[in-house]
Structure formats: structure tokens, C-alpha cells
Design a protein around this ligand. Sequence first.
Ligand code: SAH
Length: 213
Amino acid sequence: MKDTAKHQGLRNLLAKQLEEKGIKDKNVLEAIKKIPRHLFLNSSFEDFAYQDKAFPIGAGQTISQPYTVAFQSQLLQVKKDDKILEIGTGSGYQTAVLVAMGAKVFSVERQKELFKTTSLLLPKMGIKPKHLSFGDGYKGLPQYAPFDSVIVTAGAPVIPQALMAQLKIGGRLVIPVGEQEQIMTMLIRKNETQFEKHEFGEFKFVPLLENKN
Ligand code: SAH
């Protein structure tokens, strides 16, 4: 698990590229500079880790593209100690970025293999989410609700009701919605029953699957 000056240089360049693509939140850009993305990938991808691309992480899943991670993180407007629910832990890279931004992250993954690998990897790197959970993200984590925000990192055919219900008033739910391609969607909870909806264009994610295992 080596992180060298060369890796740091590549991360600084990546952050600069993301800024040029429209990411303004300094807190997000600092986290991108800090988290060693190459350590979240199989070593055969090490040379490509700081390209703005998605890569396979096993179990048919992918680590999200850095721009997508930065875009979703920016939409959350993370404040220190925010309680954030993440659906789709995957490699743990998005989790690590949110932890670096000062959030208390609760994350759920439905693929056992990824859950196990990432549960071991993050503490080894000194990254401490509040809670990593193996299960179906459609249900959220009612035992830890309510959350300041919820981020879904897989494409959802519809917005799961359970996730809306676990949001604080004023909280944000950021979720890519759609089957083949997804529209990045943000709901802001106005009160018990009303949510304000914002849409931010097309992205491409692996699907959010109902629990079939
Ligand atoms: N944030 C991750 C993205 C991984 S891809 C990263 O940066 O690496 C999306 C992840 O969502 C996959 O790991 C997939 O297994 C997971 N996923 C899909 N459906 C899910 C569900 N219903 N509950 C929890 N996780 C799910």
C-alpha cells in the first residue's frame, strides 16, 4: 500500500481537471487531493487510477468516475459532522471522500465480496466510516435515521420511499434515476410530506438492484 509523491502529483492534476469541469466546492477538491484512489483499485489499474474514468472493481461493479464522485459530493453541501447515508459502498472510494470531508458516513453494500474487501481496506488506510453494513440499500438504515443527507451511487429505476423517509427536514437525497441512463436527481426535504426536486443531466451508473441474493 504505497502512496508516493508521484501519486500525489497525479491527484493534484485530477483535482485541477475536476475544477475545470465545474467542481467549485473546495472541500470536495481537497478530499480528491487527499484520498489515494489507486489503492481502491486492483494493482493492474494503478497507472490509470487518476484518469477521470470508472474502472471494474469485481463482482461486475465499478468504482465511480472521479467527476461523478465530486459532482454528487458537491450536491450534498457537506458540513462537518453531517450524518450521511450512502447506498452502494462498492470500492469505498466515495465513502472515503465523504469521510475526508468531515462527514459521519453510514454505508450499505449488497455484494458480500465487496462488503468484505472494503470493510478490511478502509481501516487499513486509516479511514473510519461510522458504520458499514451488508444488506439491501432500498431499505436504507432506519435504525440510524434520520440523516442530513443520503447519496445513492447506483442507478435507481425509482426513488426508494424508505430513503426519502430517512431524511431530516432540510436534508438532501442525491440519486441517479433511470434504467439505461440516469438523470442525476436531488430531492430537498421541505417538511414531513413535501420534497423539492432538482435535476442535473445524464450520468451512467451500474444498476441499484433489489435484494435477490
Ligand atoms: N461508491 C462506489 C460505487 C460502486 S458501484 C465506488 O465509488 O466504488 C455501485 C455499488 O452499488 C455496487 O457496489 C453495487 O453492488 C451496489 N448496489 C447495487 N444495488 C444495491 C442495493 N440494493 N443496496 C446496496 N448496494 C447496492
